[in-house]
Design a protein around this ligand. Structure first.
Ligand code: SF4
Ligand code: SF4
Length: 389
């Protein structure tokens, strides 16, 4: 919750915001105005929800939640557009549209991901690796446990973002029941958004949510320490790690794992000016809403990578791969950290992240052009049930 009592109206949240960079005096007036009127103004167009302002707020007043609360109030009773609601009851959402690309293979994979063998541990692919960047799960690195994914096991990020605490609790209980049905006590995660939900949101709302969560880089490090995994092909490059915004609210020790893994794989880790919980966003959340602001932030991030002397940027969130287009122009390619692990064990990852993003965007554009009403379809969630409006 935003704490209006502790907020000093210093404006830092807007003047230091990497997307807005408002002049200080204007920022002070703007925060005052937003609090008084409940109208977001420029924040509505330019805020990516990245949470950087929460970290730098001198009074920990939680300015990110001010926006969330205003948006929730505004959309109360109006539901949300179906595109972002990742569940089987919504026929046209971002993931069901992604299915159209390489459909047969995805259907085959999903049969296995949604009916996993009983196991106390599973690789938790999230939506991204189930429907979009499916290549990232294809490696002998990920053979030890069953893989689970698909909408059946969605982490519920969309519920938390839009439908409030009570519905998020219900989503958490549903997910826990599904884990228990297959005996799962521990998941190995690939997506920082899933880390946010499973390590932070659900445990803070539900006492019974006791699933152990291990991010994939920590799993690989553990295997290496146990002598079960070696990296015969050292990276031998200066690599900088771009931290995901979704980690800001999870235990800060999460930031060390990817760096240790990169070093273990033979990289020299160099740091960008903004790193760990003060990392700045990749720009992707507002790429379609405000492309100019998103581009400015991408340029800033690449300038930081260049300044650090990086030859490569590693990411763990597939959304952050959006940095690649601009970064490649500066000869600093972007890789998912699991692709780097594959290279270090002498596998050759197909590295099709950009090709796949472009193909999916094209598919989505065609589908929506044929049926523009898809953007109008709205849904709400009541007691865990998705209801069309
Ligand atoms: S929320 Fe924090 S950073 Fe923003 S104006 Fe208030 S005290 Fe300053
Ligand atoms: S959440 Fe990020 S984009 Fe939004 S105001 Fe805060 S710093 Fe700016």
């Amino acid at each position: 919750m935003f704490n209006e009592k502790t907020c000093k109206k210093c404006g830092l949240c807007l003047s230091e915001c990497p997307f807005m960079e408002m002049p200080v005096e204007k920022a002070k007036q703007e925060i005052e105005r937003i609090i008084q009127t409940g109208s977001l103004g420029e924040v509505a167009k330019s805020c990516a929800g990245c949470g950087y302002c929460n970290v730098i707020c001198p009074t920990q007043s939680n300015p990110l939640d001010l926006r969330k609360q205003i948006l929730e109030k505004k959309s109360a009773g109006k539901g949300a557009v179906g595109l972002g609601i990742i569940c089987e009851e919504v026929p046209a959402n971002l993931m069901s549209m992604a299915m159209e690309y390489e459909k047969e293979e995805k259907e085959e994979n999903l049969k296995a991901y949604t009916n996993p063998l009983k196991s106390d541990t599973a690789f938790y692919l999230g939506c991204s690796l189930s429907y979009i960047y499916t290549d990232l799960a294809k490696s002998r690195l990920f053979d030890e446990f069953p893989k689970i994914g698909g909408m059946k096991y969605c982490c519920g990020g969309y519920v938390n973002r839009t439908f409030g605490e009570e519905e998020t609790k219900i989503k958490g209980r549903q997910l826990l029941d599904r884990f228990h049905e297959t005996g799962i006590q521990k998941v190995i995660t690939f997506c920082p958004g899933c880390d946010h939900m499973l390590q932070d949101v659900f445990p803070s709302l539900l006492d019974e949510f006791n699933i152990e969560v291990q991010p994939v880089f920590e799993y690989l490090l553990e295997r290496h320490k146990e002598g079960k995994l070696t990296f015969p092909n050292p990276l031998n490059r200066k690599v900088t790690f771009h931290d995901s915004c979704a980690w800001r609210s999870v235990d800060s020790k999460i930031y060390e794992g990817p760096r240790q893994l990169l070093e273990t794989m033979g990289a020299e880790v160099v740091e960008m000016k903004h790193n760990r919980n003060k990392s700045i966003c990749c720009g992707s959340p507002i790429a379609s809403r405000n492309p100019a602001a998103a581009d400015r932030v991408v340029e800033k991030r690449i300038a930081e990578a260049k300044e650090a002397g990086a030859e490569m940027i590693a990411v763990s969130c597939s959304g952050c791969f959006a940095l690649n287009k601009k970064a490649s122009e500066h000869n600093i390619p972007v890789f998912n950290i699991t692709e780097l692990a594959q290279m270090a064990i002498l596998e050759e990852p197909p590295h099709r992240l950009e090709e796949i993003s472009d193909a999916l965007n094209m598919n989505m554009f065609k589908t929506i052009s044929k049926n523009p009403d898809l953007l109008k379809a709205r849904y709400t969630i009541k007691d865990g049930k998705v209801i069309p409006l």
